[in-house]
Design a protein around this ligand. Structure first.
Ligand code: CA
Length: 669
């Protein structure tokens, strides 16, 4: 019997010391050689799929009214839709994710990052999964441990990988502070000292005399030691220096989630052992580590090093550890330095996410994004390797900026494609947030202004893509199989009962085509990166500006959405990527290319290997040219090698390669 079969044949595990027996000399799925070859996709398990889409219609975006049914005999209510999304489990599951592997593979995704799957408190609506009650079990609302191992096995069979989202900074709100504690029993006021322990919570969240069932308190047993919690209450999660192991942001509870006192003897290795169990059980390929900024460098290094060694000993030499480090690029940089090789990468959730978004929309200077790769700025030297950062256009938190998806204020679907192009073709490991490929955007424009907490609440980033008719019941009844018929499901664009998995949708098709280009050309994954100078057609060539002269002052000092161009160079191959960052006007430019790699005697050519206007089903292709496989002459004037780009449609993406042909002259793709 394999370790997995033996482990699954056991009932739930109660003790790390007694029950967690780890395997040796078993066969495990090996790691990728280089994570830059992967395309990540992050999904919230509760909000992605329940596997029942065949019983629902595909959402018709031209007739959303049809997808807004009466609720209990009353007309559709936006308030109820919003309430459903903010506070209820919608019913997505691990089996649902498994049912969508084909959809994801065809999109070009190679690695799925799942939101945390571990057991949550029974009575709480923590559908996001970050409030763990049992670190050794899967939440029954998501499925079983068997469902998780089935999912990883199926993903591996399909040539895909799975990253689990883990938390070792805190547990769920599994106990209460004593009555009369300043600030209250749930979120006590922060203290530099330590509060007394109050009481464990029972299955309904009330104070319990003792832990007498699986639903009470916290599991496994080792975490029931009261000394293992910091017990400092809930403070400012940004306060203090990240260098200071005892800073307020490190000692504080994460709002109501209970901070672990990682200095407590044996705790760090117990938590590491829990997560080693999940590697051994599921054969997963990496971890995304939540709230890393809230543990000290030393604790982070120790935990990550221990996980890395364990995985390596199972034959997973390159087990991926990516940190969520709030506090901006500078903080992420410090953790990458301090944890060294024990941490592979950081998520670009700070300034870079906003820069990526702004550049794709033509709202900020392209330097805002591309400067982030320079070695003299925070994270620059790490980014220049491309394997230590994960580019993010949207995620479930948006810790910086408004809590609104990129698509919500995009000028068009083509602009969403341009945003993802910037992710897929620039340095780093791209991570697509679920629903981006369907241009999910929260509610439609005319309803946004008045909706409760619009722009401020993260639930508008978290639509249930599978379009449930109703959410689960609230509180402990969420464990039942029933639905709460008094609320609509939190479907996309303010809908319920209609799903949004459309492989014919233009954005989906364009991303799939771009991912294929990324796969075919190593330079797009491993190449050096250079932002390209350009001149507008009516400018002199000596006006070539590092980021395009047209950016600076046209339109009365405002940015004017010009072409953004950058090259990826690997050995003697140059790939020029460009897009028109203007949301509604066409643009032209002369774009500099490498004058040594490309012949400039009139015989040098660059070949179109991708054109988004050709990929999108309904596009009018106003540029009329740049057919895939067509060639542009590399010109030289006043000593400057360049290609002429004319009439690129709004948000149109173009990729040119210097050597796309095989030996027989046939162009790849
Ligand atoms: Ca902490």
């Amino acid at each position: 019997m394999t370790f997995m079969e033996k482990a699954l044949s056991r009932d739930r595990l109660e003790s790390i010391d007694e029950d967690v027996i780890l395997p040796r000399r078993q066969e495990y799925h090996s790691s990728p050689v280089d994570w830059r070859d992967e395309v990540l996709y992050f999904l919230l398990v509760d909000r992605f799929s329940d596997g029942q889409e065949r019983d629902r219609k595909l959402l018709d975006r031209s007739n959303l009214a049809e997808a807004r049914p009466d609720i209990n005999g009353e007309p559709w209510s936006w308030e109820l839709w919003s309430e459903s999304g903010s506070s209820r489990w919608q019913g997505g599951s691990l089996k649902g994710v498994l049912s969508k592997l084909g959809y994801l593979k065809d999109l070009g995704v190679t690695t799925l990052w799942l939101s945390p799957v571990f057991r949550q408190r029974s009575h709480e609506d923590s559908y996001h999964g970050y409030a763990v009650q049992d670190f050794l079990d899967v939440d029954p609302r998501f499925g079983s441990r068997r469902d998780l191992t089935d999912l990883v096995a199926a993903a591996h069979n399909a040539g895909m990988r799975i990253i689990l989202d883990i938390i070792f900074n805190h547990s769920g709100c599994n106990w209460l502070y004593p009555q009369e504690t300043p600030g209250g029993i749930h979120e006590a006021a922060y203290t530099k000292e330590r509060y007394q322990f109050g009481s464990w919570r029972d299955e309904l969240g009330e104070a319990a005399e003792a832990i007498s069932s699986h639903d009470d308190g916290v599991w496994p047993l080792e975490l029931q030691d009261k000394e293992r919690y910091t017990r400092a209450g809930s403070g400012d999660l940004g306060a203090g220096s990240i260098e200071d192991a005892w800073a307020e942001h490190k000692r504080s509870d994460f709002k109501s989630l209970r901070d672990f006192n990682l200095d407590s003897p044996g705790l760090l290795s117990d938590l590491a052992r829990c997560y080693k169990y999940w590697i051994a059980l599921t054969d997963c390929d990496g971890f995304r580590i939540d709230t890393l900024k809230h543990v000290s460098f030393e604790q982070g290094r120790s935990f990550c090093g221990s996980i890395k060694e364990f995985a390596a000993n199972l034959g997973k030499e390159n087990f991926f550890l990516v940190g969520e480090i709030a506090g901006g690029d500078w903080a992420a940089n410090r953790y990458l330095d301090a944890l060294d090789r024990n941490l592979n990468a950081a998520l670009d959730i700070g300034e870079m996410r906003q820069a990526l978004s702004g550049v794709a929309k033509g709202l900020v200077h392209p330097g805002a994004y591309f400067r982030g790769f320079r070695s003299d700025v925070a994270l620059g030297s790490h980014r220049n390797l491309g394997n230590q950062h994960i580019s993010v256009l949207d995620d479930h938190d948006h810790v910086f900026g408004e809590k609104v998806r990129f698509s919500a204020y995009a000028a068009s679907e083509a602009q969403v494609v341009a945003g993802v192009a910037l992710q897929l073709f620039s340095l780093g490991i791209p991570c697509i947030y679920y629903g981006t490929e369907q241009a999910l955007a929260g509610p439609e424009d005319k309803e946004r202004g008045w909706l409760p907490q619009w722009r401020r609440s993260d639930h508008y980033l978290r639509e249930a893509m599978f379009g449930p008719e109703h959410p689960r019941p609230g509180g402990i009844n969420s464990l039942d199989s029933g639905k709460d018929e008094s609320l609509p499901g939190f479907g996309p664009f303010g809908s319920s009962g209609h799903h949004c998995f459309d492989p014919k949708f233009p954005v989906y098709r364009s991303i799939a085509a771009m991912a294929a280009v990324r796969r075919a050309f190593p330079a797009l994954r491993h190449g050096r990166q250079y932002l390209r100078q350009m001149a507008l057609p009516d400018e002199k060539l000596e006006d070539f500006d590092f980021y395009g002269a047209g950016y600076e002052t046209r339109g009365g000092g405002r940015l004017d959405g010009q072409i953004v161009a950058w090259s990826r160079i690997l050995d003697d191959e140059e790939i020029l990527c460009l897009f028109n960052s203007h949301g509604c006007r066409s643009r032209s430019a002369d774009v500099l290319v490498d004058g040594i790699l490309n012949r400039t005697d009139g015989r040098g050519r660059m070949t179109v290997i991708f054109n988004s206007a050709r990929e999108a089903r309904r596009s009018k292709n106003r540029s009329g040219s740049y057919r895939r496989g067509s060639k542009l002459v590399v010109q030289r004037r006043d000593g400057i090698a360049h290609v002429e780009i004319r009439n690129l449609a709004a948000s149109q993406v173009l990729v040119l390669a210097s050597h796309p042909e095989k030996e027989d002259g046939e162009v790849v793709l």
